[in-house]
Design a protein around this ligand. Structure first.
Ligand SMILES: Nc1nc2c(ncn2[C@@H]2O[C@H](COP(=O)(O)OP(=O)(O)OP(=O)(O)O)[C@@H](O)[C@H]2O)c(=O)[nH]1
Ligand SMILES: [Zn+2]
Length: 366
């Protein structure tokens, strides 16, 4: 490899990926995707890299094969004087949208609705404002985003933003949030006075990649700017000179931070609410899962069953009623997503059979 390992490691490169790099290619990290091409960051600079014909064919079969922000890609320099994105390297983690399902080996496949939104993400910051209008932080929304985060394979971290708006009530709120997010690191930040920003940044030390999920107005862009120590979100137009001396303007959704680490901030991820999340829900509500082991009936739904340890915990004030309601809601939603996924798989099977039948019929005709 002709690239300098040092710079690549700042982009989150892992040496284990080198084995999957085809000959004649160099690695580059996808900073943004457009139809049929990606903006990538390589050791020698930023490049525009249209997809190879083979990659386009693979993506037409399965949209999960499409590059997404955060992917590591193998790019090659073509004789006609441009880069081509030949293939993507195996993903460590993937944030996916509904329509994508995981097979038993953990591989992904998707229908036309399916999409991988970000790849190789280590940390999901779940941002929730301490105050949103006149309301306090929404614990149910935190639980939902945590489920999505766990599902991706990345580690969630809860960030309560706009902490300055709460004053003396902050510790009380943080207690409630901690109860809604067992086993998850929790930080309160105020971008106004810089409070807590260093603690958040510490999660990114080295080469970790993070995404920020949270409602509109949570202060996500403000936080990214605080982490970057610059107005990256407003001034995303980065002029760069590529290896061949041409100037390209790159609008990045993957932002390398000067102090190490990278943050992904994309409109697509912000807007999306539909992911597969049944395993994620179990992770978020690990306290309820634990309690349910003490229910009299193994298949207890914690509704009206006698000897229900979950209902008993609510009764005794150990488990907030709100949290049980939130679990029910997300369970229902996850079950709905799963059924939808099953229906999709069945439809896909039927379609394949029809094609096979057609070709068989076609062959048997004289
Ligand atoms: N008081 C206070 N206000 C903040 C803080 N952080 C952000 N804000 C304000 O909250 C508003 C929304 O901030 P943004 O960073 O644009 O929020 P966002 O989450 O990126 O919003 P979308 O782009 O709509 O998703 C802006 O007016 C910010 O100035 C904070 O720590 N304290
Ligand atoms: Zn029960």
């Amino acid at each position: 490899m002709t690239t300098t390992g040092h710079e690549l490691s700042l982009l989150g490169w892992r040496d284990s990926l080198a084995a999957d790099l085809p000959g004649g290619t160099v690695p580059a990290r996808v900073a943004r995707v457009d139809r049929g091409a990606a903006e990538v960051i390589a050791a020698d600079g930023d490049h525009h890299a249209p997809y190879s014909a083979r990659l386009r064919r693979a993506a037409a079969e399965d949209p999960v094969a499409l590059p997404c922000v955060g992917d590591w890609a193998a790019i090659s320099w073509l004789p006609e004087g441009r880069y081509e994105l030949r293939q993507i390297l195996p993903r460590r983690t993937a944030l996916v949208r509904g329509g994508v399902s995981r097979d038993s080996r953990g591989g992904l496949s998707g229908d036309s609705q399916g999409q991988v939104l970000a790849a190789n993400v280590d940390i999901v910051f779940v941002a929730e404002p301490a105050m949103h209008g006149d309301d306090f932080a929404d614990l149910g929304r935190i639980e939902r985003l945590l489920a999505l985060a766990w599902e991706s394979g990345a580690r969630p971290v809860v960030v309560i933003t706009k902490a300055d708006l709460l004053g003396e009530h902050l510790p009380g709120l943080l207690d409630d949030v901690a109860a809604a997010a067992p086993g998850v690191d929790l930080h309160a930040v105020s971008a106004l006075d810089g409070e807590g920003v260093e603690e958040v940044r510490a999660h990114l030390s080295g080469d970790a990649t993070a995404v920020i999920l949270g409602p509109s107005g949570a202060g996500k862009s403000t936080l990214v700017n605080a982490l970057a120590g610059a107005e990256v979100m407003e001034t995303q137009q980065v002029r760069a000179v590529d290896g061949r001396g041409r100037h390209t303007t790159v609008h990045r959704e993957l932002v390398p931070l000067s102090g190490g680490g990278l943050v992904i901030d994309t409109p697509g991820i912000r807007r999306v609410g539909m992911y597969e999340m049944s395993q994620g829900v179990d992770m978020v509500f690990s306290d309820i899962e634990e309690l349910s082991e003490h229910c009299r009936f193994a298949d207890c739904a914690h509704e009206t069953e006698p000897g229900c340890a979950v209902l008993a915990a609510v009764e005794e004030g150990e488990l907030p009623e709100r949290r049980l309601a939130s679990w029910r809601k997300l369970q229902r939603e996850a079950a709905w997503m799963a059924r939808r996924g099953d229906a999709r798989l069945r439809a896909e099977e039927t379609r394949k059979w029809k094609i096979i039948h057609k070709s068989v019929r076609g062959r048997s005709r004289p």
